[in-house]
Design a protein around this ligand. Structure first.
Ligand SMILES: Nc1ncnc2c1ncn2[C@@H]1O[C@H](COP(=O)(O)OP(=O)(O)O)[C@@H](O)[C@H]1O
Ligand SMILES: [Mg+2]
Length: 231
């Protein structure tokens, strides 16, 4: 049986809250008793703990999920170097195969009711050769949730990303305004400017959280605006 709710979470940049928001979505689903699973197709940057390679994004997604899955399904490509993915892969002589990612995704979608896939970097980050994160989202055929990291310049980044998502024939089903820069000025005016120009619902404004946990972020999201949301 295939998962009935799925999304691909992309962002205006790296380090702007994709993992936090993906984990919040998973947390919200899990709270409602949904069998929810996170996936991070490619993660770059690991540390050894207890003889096992770990990546922070993967750990967060797995912690927020309510289905226990083998780590090699959740993260088909776990690369050591914290670098751009195509480069981190090249450094280890790893060939990123879209078919392998699709196969892992299909296995997860088979055993979970909801799957949240966290993208890699921004929407057009190269993954291998001329294959990039946008191709991956299109390959998986998932509706997209855009996390806008609120900081100076985010309006342009949000609109460019929305345009790129549409150009791939993908559906932007919602966006989240996440306060990436706590010093940002005119926050509301920026959110409003994006709201007026993006044809997808604003799922929530996430302020700077004292504790950036999935549960705390989830409190600021109205996930029921997402088509097909469970619970
Ligand atoms: N709203 C927020 N409040 C507090 N900390 C945040 C917030 N959003 C993101 N962070 C922190 O910023 C860092 C980058 O967020 P993360 O979700 O890992 O970004 P990405 O997945 O886009 O690289 C993390 O340490 C995260 O805990
Ligand atoms: Mg991340």
């Amino acid at each position: 049986m295939a998962a009935s709710f799925q999304c691909f979470v992309t962002g205006t940049d790296t380090e702007i809250g994709k993992t936090l928001i993906s984990s919040a979505l998973l947390h919200a689903l899990a709270q409602r008793g949904v069998r929810a699973a996170g996936m991070k197709p490619i993660a770059a940057g690991t540390e050894m703990r207890g003889g096992v390679m770990h990546n922070d994004d993967v750990d967060s997604l797995m912690a927020a999920s309510s289905v226990e899955l083998p780590m090699e399904w959740v993260v088909p490509y776990l690369l050591r170097e914290p670098a751009a993915p195509h480069w981190a892969a090249a450094m280890e002589d790893v060939q990123i195969e879209p078919a392998h990612i699709r196969a892992c995704h299909a296995r997860i979608a088979d055993v979970a009711d909801a799957v949240v896939v966290e993208g890699v970097g921004g929407f057009r980050v190269p993954l291998a050769g001329d294959y990039d994160s946008a191709d991956l989202a299109a390959d998986l055929g998932l509706p997209v949730v855009l996390v806008v990291g609120l900081r100076l310049g985010c309006i342009n980044h949000a609109l460019l990303t929305a345009e790129a998502i549409a150009a791939r024939g993908l559906k932007l089903v919602g966006w989240v305004a996440n306060l990436a820069d706590p010093q940002m000025r005119h926050v509301e005016a920026n959110v409003q400017a994006i709201k007026e120009r993006v044809q997808a619902p604003l799922l929530g404004f996430v302020p700077r959280l004292h504790v950036a946990s999935a549960a705390n972020a989830a409190e600021h999201l109205n996930c029921s605006l997402l088509p097909g949301w469970l619970g």
